[in-house]
Design a protein around this ligand. Structure first.
Ligand code: NDP
Length: 295
């Protein structure tokens, strides 16, 4: 068997066309959804993400603001910027790009973001709402994975989902979303991590295996059940003498071999990657719709 590919570009295009319609309706009422991204320092990967977010906003006809602050920015200065964005009516959603320089406490910054403008869905109020099944927003990467499952026709109800990784950004919210009642969820969920014993025994039980650990090609064929759906969130840069810049991106899954036994699989790149920005845009549009209803 060779697995069917689930491609983030295809799935995200269908979501973007829905978002364009919603943005059109808002604009007809004179409202332009506004998304701001704050970047502190010069982390090259973060610079790339921030540029991509700004570009996508503009493509969708949204108001896009990118604020770049120097590495030396103090926590108080960043808090002042967050408060400014909280009060800015032209900005409906914003995020502070992580990671932050070590002298700034990430939790302090996240907690200062107005939950109604929390485009990343990292604020504890929004995380709590997601957990009780009454979300305002959903965290972008897990929400993107869920949309990939729904829109590519993968049945999740009653299925055993094994999530590898327990970060606050991917693993934990992913597990929390899949265990909810409703479409694209209703799953039986197991979470495994670096302290898990007999990890391959558990991954082999997965009908749907979602991997987010940041270890190149960690999940090998012998760790996957025949016919499983495999979602690879990982992005790892590995040396590749044949590539122009001497390296290339691979996932946490040994794609070439696992695709021989999986029923469906996401490649890296081209799988989950495009979904994260897409779901961020969806959060910004939702924040605008909610703010408009509250006026
Ligand atoms: P973190 O480093 O925050 O978390 C990694 C998780 O993996 C931890 O829970 C850790 O366990 C677990 N882990 C590490 N090694 C092992 C192991 N050998 N066996 C089992 N579990 C292990 O990473 P993130 O969740 O932020 O990201 C994970 C990957 O996903 C990265 O490659 C990242 O680049 C990618 N990513 C991709 C996105 C996209 O848009 N495509 C978005 C976000 C992330 P423990 O808690 O015990 O330490």
């Amino acid at each position: 068997m060779t697995a069917r590919l689930i491609l983030g570009k295809e799935v995200s295009e269908s979501i973007y066309s829905e978002l364009r319609e919603r943005i059109g309706k808002l604009k007809a009422e004179g409202i332009v959804p506004g998304l701001a991204v704050v970047l502190v320092g010069e982390d090259p990967a973060s610079q790339v993400y921030v540029r991509m977010k700004g570009k996508k906003c503009e493509e969708l006809g949204m108001h896009s603001v990118t604020i770049v602050l120097p590495e030396s920015t103090t926590e108080a200065e960043l808090l002042a910027k967050v408060n400014e964005l909280n009060a800015d009516d032209s900005i409906h959603g914003f995020l502070v790009q992580l990671p932050l320089p070590k002298h700034i406490n990430e939790d302090t910054i996240i907690n200062a973001i107005d939950p109604k403008k929390d485009a990343d869905c990292f604020h504890p109020e929004n995380v709590g709402r997601m957990l009780i099944g009454d979300p305002s927003f959903l965290p972008a990467t897990p929400a993107g994975v869920q949309q990939m499952l729904i829109r590519s026709g993968v049945e999740t109800s009653g299925k055993h989902v094994v999530v590898v990784g327990r970060s606050n950004i991917v693993g934990k919210p992913m597990a929390a979303m899949m265990v909810q009642k409703g479409k694209g969820a209703d799953s039986t969920v197991t979470v495994v991590h670096s302290r898990t014993q007999n990890l391959p025994e558990i991954t082999r039980q997965a009908d749907i295996l979602i991997v987010a650990i940041g270890k190149a090609r960690f999940i090998t064929k012998d760790m996957v059940k025949e016919g499983a759906v495999v979602i690879d969130v990982g992005t790892n840069r590995v040396p590749d003498p044949a590539a122009k810049n001497g390296s290339r991106l691979v996932g946490d899954v040994d794609f070439e071999n696992v695709k021989e036994i999986a029923s469906a699989i996401t490649p890296v790149p081209g799988g989950v990657g495009p979904m994260t920005i897409c779901m961020l845009m969806a959060n910004a549009v939702k924040a605008t719709e909610c703010a408009t209803r509250l006026r």
